[in-house]
Design a protein around this ligand. Structure first.
Ligand code: ADP
Ligand code: MG
Length: 244
């Protein structure tokens, strides 16, 4: 296994804005690395280019300048708005990626059920997304990602549209699943507490233009004691680095 899962090297992303004559620099000279097996968070104010960077890492957009080395064999993504297929059942949503790779119906079902169970949705496999709460929908999103056995999981603000009580439960489940499956996770967030709870490394970005401001390593034992002094000190330290 390579030691670096992702190497972002001097990446800039420049958008042409049709209604303006100027070009817009969303990312400027961004460099950082994601070591294999780590949980890394990208944090920064709204508009600093977090989603743009994640899209480039996923290979959905090509950077204007610089290079991205992504050593993932299988990549999966989880989105803020869940991005489920409303006409498919939970089971068919979760098995969707396997269907695309030609896995047999029987095996698709078996593998999907393992991950439906992982996220606590056993018994809901025949429901449709509209019958589920927001938290349950994101559980489907996570199960769908796990079902392709990713070595890299990219998440863009996965808990931002959930109420805090629900988000807290999903964070704890994500931490457990990350340890169970030993995958590399790169998660975009705008919440410092979320980053400190989950991450080995926090990459702090600043805006206009989007750049990496600082990288903070977190070695607190897991599961993180969210009421400890060390935890609050790190939250304060990272918060102080973020431009608001
Ligand atoms: P974040 O996820 O950190 O909130 P984004 O990556 O979504 O930020 O956006 C960064 C900046 O780039 C924003 O100002 C946004 O309007 C702009 N932007 C993103 N995508 C495009 C695009 N396809 N065309 C033009 N501007 C874009
Ligand atoms: Mg975003």
């Amino acid at each position: 296994m390579k030691t670096e899962m992702i190497i972002v090297n001097k990446v800039s992303q420049i958008f042409k804005v049709p209604e303006e004559r100027n070009k817009f620099t969303a990312l400027h000279d961004v460099s950082f690395q994601v070591p294999a097996g780590q949980f890394v968070s990208l944090i920064g104010p709204s508009g600093c280019g977090k989603s743009t960077l994640l899209r480039a890492i996923a290979g959905l957009d090509k950077p204007s300048h610089g290079t991205i080395e992504n050593n993932a064999k299988t990549l999966a993504m989880v989105f803020q708005n869940f991005a489920l297929f409303p006409w498919l059942t939970v089971l068919d949503n979760v098995a969707f990626g396997l269907k695309m790779s030609g896995v047999s119906k029987e095996e698709r079902k078996n593998r999907a059920m393992v991950h439906i169970n992982d996220v606590g949705l056993t018994g809901f496999e025949n429901k449709h997304p509209h019958e589920l709460s927001g938290g349950m929908r994101q559980r489907v999103g996570i199960a769908r990602a796990l079902t392709v056995s990713p070595d890299l999981l990219l998440m863009d603000e996965p808990f931002s549209s959930l109420d805090e009580f629900t988000a807290e439960k999903l964070r704890a489940d994500l931490a457990r699943l990350w340890e169970k499956y030993k995958m590399t996770v790169l998660m975009v967030t705008h919440l410092v507490t979320e980053a400190v709870e989950l991450s080995d490394t926090v990459v702090i970005m600043s805006a206009r233009p989007g750049t990496v401001k600082k990288t903070v390593h977190i070695t607190l034992p897991r599961p993180r004691a969210k009421r400890s002094q060390e935890y609050y000190d790190l939250v304060d330290q990272i918060t102080a680095e973020i431009d608001h």
